[in-house]
Ligand binder design. Structure first.
Ligand SMILES: *Cc1c(COP(=O)(O)O)cnc(C)c1O
Length: 348
């Protein structure tokens, strides 16, 4: 039996043999004492890439986001963001649970940001009656939007508006690498639009664990205290950081292959069945299936595909997501396209 084609997420990659060798050979020390040279190198390297002063290695993207948010927003104040943002949909209320932060959201198609919408939405210094907005959160690429790339100019406008209004900006850049490779925009140009930025090493880059938060040196010093307070201080975790450094060396530029494969898969499905895939919306490594016009629910399609060793995510009643990554090759794309096409052309 062939192994499954796992398109549920780009988090499912397993570290390669070479990555494991890099991990095994990493120089390590006690990072709570600031003595793990591999972690220090990773933090500095990511900070430099994003044009910020300092970085902090974290066990997950959620932790990096939550540390970033709490640096910018005090208890009882609000962060505003698009309604499908990971920070409000997929971090289990952490901003409220950990930091007393409230949130308010607006809807936008595919998660695409619009500065005018935000300008009318925020309430800085709202006084004694309304909640005061103190930060805007952006997400690039937008995960639940289908891997959408936010245009740099829009992010710059939001950054400029925020600083004129005295608001902080957090950028959830879990897949900022994909945005960078798809658009050609330098990472530092994206980085310059926000006060705090998180990036994941464990998605498309293929590391087993880890994210990095970057910000000013002063903010990162405070984030380090909160990371320890949350129980996120790790010791000889240079073994994990080495995987991140390896990923930066080897797995960024190749994301273009994931994007090409998403295009191939998306175009094959768009051609085979009407109205399920909008091929022009495939910007990075995700293909969104909208099944409302078919007899399928997302759950039924995912279950039927799984019986034929093609694994996909049912994200909503009629919304399914396919994600390409390091462990998906051309043959996998052909298999997935064949299985999904034949299912979509039939009924459950
Ligand atoms: C995956 C992801 C994160 C972080 O997730 P963890 O599982 O906590 O590492 C944050 N933001 C976005 C947009 C993501 O897709």
């Amino acid at each position: 039996m062939s192994s499954p084609v796992d398109l549920r997420s780009d988090t499912v990659t397993r570290p390669s043999a070479l990555m494991r060798t890099a991990m095994a050979e990493a120089e390590v020390g006690d990072d709570v004492y600031g003595e793990d040279p591999t972690i220090v190198e990773l933090e500095q390297r990511v900070a430099e890439l994003l044009g910020h002063e300092a970085g902090l290695f974290t066990a997950s993207g959620s932790l990096a986001n939550q540390l970033g948010l709490r640096l910018l927003v005090a208890a009882g104040e609000e962060v505003v963001c698009e309604a499908q943002s990971h920070i409000v949909r997929a971090e289990l209320g952490a901003a409220a649970a950990f930091s007393g932060i409230t949130s308010r959201t607006w809807e936008s198609p595919r998660g695409l940001l619009d500065v005018e919408q935000i300008r009318g939405f925020v309430r800085p210094n709202a006084g004694p009656y309304l909640v005061s907005t103190t930060a805007i959160a952006m997400e690039n690429t937008h995960n639940f939007g289908g891997g959408t790339v936010q245009p740099l100019e829009v992010m710059q406008d939001i950054g400029e508006f925020a600083s004129s209004a005295g608001l902080g900006v957090h950028l959830d850049g879990a897949r900022l690498w994909n945005a960078h490779v798809a658009s050609g925009v330098p990472l530092a140009a994206y980085g310059a639009t926000a006060d705090t930025v998180s990036v994941c090493l464990s998605k498309g880059l293929g590391a087993p664990v880890g994210s990095v938060l970057v910000a000013s040196a002063e903010r990162i010093t405070r984030a380090r205290v909160w990371r320890k307070r949350y129980g996120g201080g790790m010791r000889q975790a240079g073994i994990l950081a080495a995987a991140g450094l390896f990923a930066l060396d080897h797995n960024v530029e190749r994301l273009i292959d994931d994007h090409d494969r998403a295009q191939r898969l998306g175009f094959a499905l768009a051609e085979a069945v009407d109205g399920v895939v909008v091929a022009e919306h495939i910007e990075t490594n995700m293909v969104v299936l909208e099944l409302a016009g078919t007899p399928w629910t997302a759950a039924a399609l995912a279950a039927a595909a799984r019986e034929q060793d093609v694994w996909i995510s049912a994200m909503g009643p009629t919304f399914a997501r396919l994600v390409t990554h390091l462990d998906i090759d051309d043959d996998d794309i052909d298999r997935a396209a064949a299985v999904l096409t034949s299912l979509l052309r039939s009924s459950p």
